[in-house]
Design a protein around this ligand. Structure first.
Ligand SMILES: Nc1ncnc2c1ncn2[C@@H]1O[C@H](COP(=O)(O)OP(=O)(O)OP(=O)(O)O)[C@@H](O)[C@H]1O
Length: 279
């Protein structure tokens, strides 16, 4: 496997009886970085993460990991905590179930978020329960950490803190993170690599900066044809003006203008495009 790759997926597919949840997915996860898995509800994010975590067998294709010691931790949307166990008991369980365990790292995480160690998990708030799951995952010192909608239960301040702590854990331990979300706005300053899933298929993947640099919004006088060659993802014509969101970075002559696209524009355009092609 190529150096710098934490995990490679080849032709991965998953079917639940007649429902095809993933189809022919191939990608590589860059090591020591945070990647985002973006897709709308039902796109297949949880299925993909569960297959990567080894919790679900794929129907086809395979997941490859580098040789040597590697550990994958998965923080699911439904947090599997024992209600009657105290937070301290959950850490004890974590230490028993994992071959590698860093108690201090787990304790530091909980202290950072003021989670009481002696309270039963069933009496913690949803956000605090999420913090216990993060602490157990981080304590196992994973080489790859998979997070399913990790920020969804957290208030805005806790979101910011979790992101900050995750990024510093990535830097300190060279961990690779793949986190799913359907909220593109959550990614800014967090993920620098993107996997975009549309209805079970990988629609787009790559470094966020490269993807943004490869697309432009062109605006100019009404025209059925775009001003430059390249793939048109979205064309709109309002009054006397046309705009084209395109995979292109060609300069244009006045009166046309070329503006950078936002990640949100790009994600929505790619998903709409994929839906139109599939229809
Ligand atoms: N156990 C199952 N049996 C049958 N179909 C399933 C099962 N689990 C998921 N699916 C279907 O597979 C598709 C992908 O589901 P999945 O939960 O992976 O999507 P998701 O992107 O994580 O969605 P969300 O953002 O809503 O959590 C959906 O159409 C879903 O209904």
């Amino acid at each position: 496997m190529t150096e710098g790759i934490a995990l490679a997926v080849e032709g991965l597919g998953k079917r639940y009886r007649r429902k095809v949840a993933l189809r022919d997915c191939s990608f590589e996860l860059p090591a020591g970085r945070v990647s985002a898995l973006v897709g709308m509800n039902g796109a297949g994010k949880t299925t993909l993460l569960s297959v990567l975590a080894g919790l679900l067998p794929p129907t086809e294709g395979r997941v490859r990991l580098p040789a040597g010691e590697r550990r994958i931790a998965f923080v699911a949307q439904e947090k599997p905590l024992y209600r009657h166990f105290s937070v301290r008991d959950m850490l004890r369980l974590g230490s028993k179930l994992n071959t590698v365990w860093d108690q201090q790292r787990a304790l530091d995480w909980l202290a950072r978020f003021d989670v009481p160690l002696d309270r039963p998990c069933g009496k913690l708030s949803g956000g605090q329960q999420a913090q216990v799951s993060f602490a157990v995952a981080i304590g196992s010192r994973p080489s790859v950490l998979l997070l399913d909608e990790p920020l969804s239960n957290l208030d805005p301040l806790a979101r910011r803190e979790v992101v900050k702590e995750l990024l510093s854990a990535v830097v300190d331990t060279d961990m690779t993170v793949l986190m799913s979300t359907h909220v593109v706005a959550e990614l800014s300053g967090v993920a620098d690599h993107l996997l975009l899933l549309g209805d079970g298929e990988l629609v787009l993947s790559g470094d966020v900066d490269d993807l943004l640099a490869a697309h432009r919004n062109y605006a100019g006088p009404r025209s059925e044809r775009p001003p430059v060659p390249g793939e048109v993802l979205v064309a709109s014509h309002v009054g006397g003006q046309s705009t084209f969101l395109m995979e292109s970075f060609e300069p244009v002559a006045a009166p046309w203008t070329a503006r950078p696209v936002t990640l949100e524009d790009l994600v929505l355009a790619r998903l709409e495009n994929a839906r139109a092609v599939a229809a």
